[in-house]
Design a protein around this ligand. Structure first.
Ligand SMILES: [Zn+2]
Length: 319
């Protein structure tokens, strides 16, 4: 019934059960890095909640309501957006959620709000939202989608039923690509390694040229690192640029050094093997630790460029 959802079986089961037993909550939080399908699952759940098909068979994917949800044209499915690119402010919540939610549903029994980029909600916006999620109208369901749940006030978190989106198995990833006619056998091992179970990331690699170029740049910078001085690193920063794809950059780094360690252990006589030999065995755990450290620091919003510079510097072989 929840078609097109790969992996995340437990979450899907939970959501299905909540519908079947009529125990739907008023507030949900779907969390997980970009590309893991938060929006896909939220939309499928919304579709099931708004579906006019036979009970126990929802979403039927055929009725008027299902078709409208697919096209994002259902009047009782509202996507709450934000005006400024990097913040979700109090006005966005007042206009998009608080003022609208008091109006009864247009055509369905429920009214559903999907708030994407919820990690950008500032404290005032969260406080403005709090009153609504504390006492929502009985017909309302609010779904927060976020790649960083650390950004929420505990009072908001405690009101939400939370689901963590998980990466999928390689065979599920491949099935998802086949379904979209994006699968190419020759690319299989590269793509599964690159995506690490993140379907969205694989799709982007295969469909977005600018993104693909960025990935190539990350790989180039990593390979050049042993030869780079601190000035070269500073010059290379814009190539990896911006917070927005940092998940990809960090996972790329992890995969790269994981492979390098294997090449070192097998004393590979390739160009990559030569790079690997420039690192000592002590370098690897240190580098993996730095990547994790950086990941944590990103979540608390430190100056991304500066810490990326430090990270790359720490990734050079220490003689
Ligand atoms: Zn339906």
């Amino acid at each position: 019934m929840f078609e097109n959802i790969y992996g995340n079986r437990k979450t899907v089961e939970n959501l299905k059960n909540s519908i079947e037993s009529d125990r739907v909550s008023h507030c949900y939080l779907f969390s997980g890095e970009k590309g893991l399908g938060k929006r896909t699952i939220a939309k499928a759940f919304a579709k099931a909640l708004l579906c006019e098909g036979e009970e126990g068979m929802r979403p039927c994917n055929k009725c008027r309501a299902c078709v409208k949800v697919d096209k994002e044209e259902h009047h009782d499915l509202i996507f709450v957006g934000h005006e400024k690119p990097n913040t979700f402010g109090v006005e966005d919540i007042r206009d998009g959620l608080n003022r609208d939610i008091v109006i009864r549903p247009n055509e369905a029994k429920r009214k559903i709000y999907i708030i994407d980029d919820a990690e950008l909600l500032n404290v005032q916006a969260q406080n403005a939202m709090l009153k609504t999620i504390e006492e929502p109208p009985e017909y309302a369901v609010i779904m927060l989608l976020s790649d960083n749940k650390e950004s929420f006030l505990p009072t908001v978190l405690s009101r939400c039923v939370e689901f963590n989106m998980m990466s999928v198995k390689d065979r599920e990833l491949i099935a998802a690509l086949k379904e979209r006619n994006l699968y190419e056998e020759v690319m299989e091992s590269y793509i599964t390694e690159f995506a690490g179970g993140n379907i969205g990331r694989a799709i982007r690699l295969l469909t977005d040229e600018v993104y693909r170029e960025k990935v190539t740049n990350v790989d180039k910078v990593l390979q050049e690192l042993p030869r780079m001085g601190i000035n070269d690193i500073r010059e290379a920063l814009p190539l990896l640029g911006g917070r927005e794809d940092m998940d990809m950059v960090l996972s790329r780094m992890q995969v790269y050094f994981g492979n390098l360690l294997k090449l070192k252990a097998t004393d590979s006589q390739t160009a990559r093997g030569d790079i690997a030999r420039q690192y000592s065995y002590e370098d690897f755990p240190r580098i993996f630790g730095e990547i994790e450290h950086f990941r944590v620091r990103m979540k608390v919003n430190v100056n991304a460029d500066l810490s990326l510079e430090l990270l790359l510097d720490a990734m050079r072989p220490k003689a």
